[in-house]
Design a protein around this ligand. Structure first.
Ligand code: XLS
Ligand code: NI
Ligand code: NI
Length: 442
């Protein structure tokens, strides 16, 4: 069987990546990700809902602020539309060979902007017809798309929060087209990442006004999306900084507060990116838990940062400790619903072999599969759940229960406190960490 849809194979010499188990020495095989294996009633594929990110995998070429491109794309064509189509062929060949059932993209990743707004629209609609044909040919689905309203110089002062109305409206043109394309492609979610929705200095910024404009813009996008039949979830992807100094969607808690302040909480959830959570001074699991507790866990950008670097390194996830803690939250939440685990991650700049893209995804998929298995065993044995329940047991009966149910006032609470006997109880963190290790290493 050919695992490519065009008439040319771009990742030559690499076939479909298969599960071979942990004993295998074949680097181009899965050691833990066994798509059809059932864990707690669902297959791994259904639990993890992996997606490949178009921008890092097929557009980025290793350029960084200190150096030029290091990666050669075998699908590169001089003509921008021919390039877009060849890139789509390569992308779908990759999705099919690696076995990520979903993909995600920005408008600018898949389609050339051209020299006018009209050519932007015409190109995008033509390319998206091509994407639809490739989705149909392969069965790969769109997890989400988004508008790139941060790269072009017109967005240097923001998109929806730009102080110039003309730029806000130009951003709306992109978001409208992206929603049209989303519906055409059967997208399951739609993402807003506000890279330039923030500010560099208060000296030139009316923050109150900018946040109101952002909410107005999101409300209009929501209404338009619903009017054209978009039934999926709108997602906000928090990030504290980079490229702007202060981003309005700083972290999960800030984003959820914003959505509730402006009445958007019923249509929007969060897309939590691991490296963004750590940049905000949290753990990945913390931001997932904040979302879960508010019913706002939508989807995940599955990557990892570097604890020595204070920026978004977007590495492929390999830290099984982190993936296990993340999967614990996700499983307890009841899964990701229409969301998934999108590898918003890139190979290092000097990982220049074509197979490195496969190896990077294999590592990420295996790490999450391993985390899923361990987390599921921990939940099955109820070891953490029992410990935590016991820790809060004083709220399950007597006066504690009355407090939890709102049946006490401060005077009665204080009166109880006057006679209460306080017995010191250990938090047992080391015991629990050792227990976690025994599951991870067992
Ligand atoms: C950048 C973001 C971006 C979003 C989509 O830091 O992670 O890639 O996921 O615009
Ligand atoms: Ni990132
Ligand atoms: Ni992201």
């Amino acid at each position: 069987m050919n695992y490519f849809v065009g008439d040319q194979e771009y990742f030559k010499g690499i076939g479909k990546i298969e599960f071979e188990g942990k004993g295998s020495k074949n680097p181009l095989s899965f050691k833990y990700y066994d798509a059809k294996k059932k864990i707690a009633g669902k297959t791994m594929e259904e639990h993890l809902r992996f997606a490949t990110a178009y921008w890092h995998s097929f557009c980025a070429d290793g350029t960084d602020p200190f150096g030029s491109a290091t990666m050669v794309h075998p699908y590169h064509k001089a003509d921008p539309m021919a390039n877009a189509m060849a890139k789509a062929d390569a992308a779908f060949e990759f999705f099919t060979k690696i076995g990520t059932p979903f993909y995600c993209f920005h408008d600018a990743d898949v389609s050339p902007e051209g020299d006018s707004a009209a050519s932007y629209e015409a190109n995008f609609h033509k390319v998206s017809d091509g994407l639809l044909a490739r989705q149909k040919a392969t069965g790969v689905k769109l997890l989400w798309n988004t508008a790139n309203v941060f790269t072009h110089p017109r967005y240097m002062n923001g998109a929806a929060t730009n102080p110039d109305f003309a730029v806000v409206a130009r951003a709306a043109l992109q978001v409208k087209n992206c929603l049209d394309v989303n519906v055409k492609l059967g997208g399951q979610n739609y993402v807003f990442w506000g890279g330039r929705e923030g500010y560099m200095t208060l000296l030139n910024t009316d923050m109150k006004r900018e946040r109101e404009h952002l909410a107005r813009f999101l409300t209009m996008a929501r209404d338009y999306g619903r009017s054209i039949g978009f039934k999926g979830t709108f997602l906000i992807e928090p990030k504290p900084m980079e490229p702007t100094k202060h981003q309005y969607d700083f972290d999960a808690a800030t984003t959820i507060g914003f959505l509730k302040e402006f009445g958007l909480q019923d249509d929007f959830k969060c897309n939590i990116e691991a490296n963004h959570a750590t940049l905000a001074g949290h753990t990945f699991a913390h931001d997932l838990q904040v979302c879960s507790d508010s019913g706002m866990l939508g989807s995940v950008d599955a990557n990892q940062g570097d604890s020595q670097n204070g920026w978004d390194t977007d590495e492929f996830p390999t830290n099984v400790y982190e993936t296990t803690l993340a999967m614990l939250v996700i499983l307890r939440h009841g899964g990701l619903g229409s969301g998934g685990l999108n590898f918003d991650a890139k190979r290092r700049r000097n990982s220049t072999d074509l197979e490195d893209l496969f190896l990077a995804h294999i590592g990420g998929m295996d790490s999450f599969a391993y985390g899923l298995e361990v987390a599921s065993r921990i939940l099955e044995d109820k070891v953490l759940a029992n410990f935590v329940a016991e820790r809060y047991a004083s709220f399950d009966s007597g006066e504690g229960k009355k407090f939890a149910q709102g049946a006490m006032d401060l005077s009665s609470l204080a009166a109880y406190g006057k006679g209460a006997t306080i017995i010191q109880k250990s938090g047992k963190q080391e015991y629990l960490q050792n227990l976690l290790n025994s599951y991870l290493l067992g």
